[in-house]
Design a protein around this ligand. Structure first.
Ligand code: ATP
Ligand code: MG
Length: 396
């Protein structure tokens, strides 16, 4: 055992997909370890390392949030509070009894099952026998417990390794996915709505570093509306670290559209400008993809035809991670990641400022391009890109 670890909690971090990586596994493991350490920077004494294929974290959990912080790291499948003990069967049984007694006292569980694994095949007791011996010891020690091999209240893992034995159970589920920073950089078009924060989260969960662009129509939209978007980014920053946000006033463009183009096309024309501007911002800041919270058929600008017409103005791939989700499921996800309550605050978005009464739902590219020919598209886009403000949103 390491020195100076007596008062620290031990956690075993189980990773999902990272474990399935072939040749690149060491790379993913190294980044995952860095991310876990990063998430625990708030604790002075946190240590994390790989040992015999297990990620072990030791930390004094001074605010009771250590396990949650670890579980929120992308790439982590679950986190288990664990104890480390020696390789002597009596010692293992004793540690398992104490571990279970603690759970009985805190949670009042009634049934359990032991699942032993011998990663070290030179260990003389075979796995089923380890399970039997430890199970019998627990039954004797915790009189209220019974074995249930089908649906136990608690499944206890006993993992015998070369240098030590670990006793644990799965406690908190993580989000899975891949460690942040292993999959390029993308720019999310971030409104104050429910969808775009979820879309950003989903791409980050696959390892993508995220930057955000937000359009407002100040003074038609308020400072509070902008503040809401910054607050949403702050929640997301809790998962993915500081988020760089580009803030752009779209009002000059919206005014031109309203003055010069058919009313029913307004929303779509505005969306095409958003995409063009976002692409420029992305190129300048080394983002390789655009991301939106669009969802097929949710509103007029998200019909299949509208999405095609929107995409025509950019060369960069546009990721729409929510495209096939139902709104109900997106809302559940927003609640789970903690953005929902902010998203439903009733502040206006730039898209709602000049909302047409009957927006086109099946736009024709030809018509849209004809309408746009009344505008100096390039000059408008350049002016918008030149006027952007940059804010770095740090986690709370
Ligand atoms: P959301 O809940 O993300 O606002 P929505 O269903 O309200 O989505 P729209 O308002 O049509 O749909 O926006 C579609 C997508 O366009 C959003 O998911 C977002 O990616 C982008 N978007 C909309 N408004 C803005 C904005 N003000 N700034 C940046 N991007 C925006
Ligand atoms: Mg919206």
């Amino acid at each position: 055992m390491d020195n100076n670890t007596n008062n620290k909690n031990l956690y075993i971090v189980r990773c999902g997909e990272v474990a399935l990586k072939g040749m690149n596994k060491p790379y993913f493991e190294r980044i995952l370890l860095e991310r876990v350490k990063g998430a625990l920077r708030v604790y002075q004494d946190a240590e994390a390392k790989w040992k015999e294929g297990l990620m072990l974290v030791r930390v004094t959990d001074s605010d009771g949030k250590a396990i949650r912080r670890i579980a929120n790291v992308f790439g982590v499948a679950s986190v288990s509070p664990a104890v480390e003990t020696g390789r002597d069967m009596d010692e293992i049984s004793q540690a398992a009894c104490e571990y279970m007694m603690d759970i009985v006292n805190r949670e009042g569980i009634k049934t359990f099952k032991v699942k032993a694994k011998r990663a070290d095949k030179s260990f003389l007791v075979e796995s089923p026998d380890i399970s039997r011996i430890v199970g019998a010891a627990i039954l004797k020690y915790c009189k209220v417990l019974k074995v249930d091999v089908h649906k136990p209240d608690c499944e206890l893992y006993v993992d015998v390794r070369r240098e030590a034995t670990y006793i644990f159970r799965d406690k908190i589920k993580g989000f899975g996915g891949l460690p942040l920073g292993t999959n390029g950089r993308g720019l999310i078009l971030m409104s104050g709505g429910i969808d775009s924060p979820v879309a950003a989260f989903m791409m980050a969960k696959r390892g993508m570093t995220i930057e955000a662009v937000h359009f407002h129509s100040y003074p038609y939209t308020s400072q509070r509306a902008r503040q809401k978007v910054e607050d949403l980014c702050r929640v997301l920053a809790g998962y993915m670290g500081t988020i760089r946000m580009y803030i752009i006033n779209l009002l000059p463009i919206q005014e031109q559209i309203v003055m010069n183009c058919p009313e029913d096309e307004t929303t779509l024309l505005v969306r095409r400008f958003m995409m063009r501007i976002a692409e420029q911002v992305a190129v300048r800041n080394n983002c390789m993809m655009l991301i939106t919270g669009e969802d097929l058929g949710q509103v007029a600008s998200q019909t299949a035809e509208a999405l095609v017409v929107t995409d025509k103005v950019v060369d960069m791939p546009v990721m729409r991670p929510l495209i096939a989700m139902d709104k109900i499921d997106i809302m559940d996800k927003a609640r789970e990641i903690g953005t929902y309550d902010l998203s439903i605050l009733p502040y206006e978005d730039c898209c709602t400022v000049f909302l047409p009464k009957h927006p086109v739902t099946k736009p024709k590219l030809r018509n849209i391009e004809r309408s746009e020919s009344a505008l100096d598209v390039e000059a408008l886009v350049n002016a918008a890109v030149d006027s952007l403000e940059v804010v770095d949103i740090t986690p709370q």
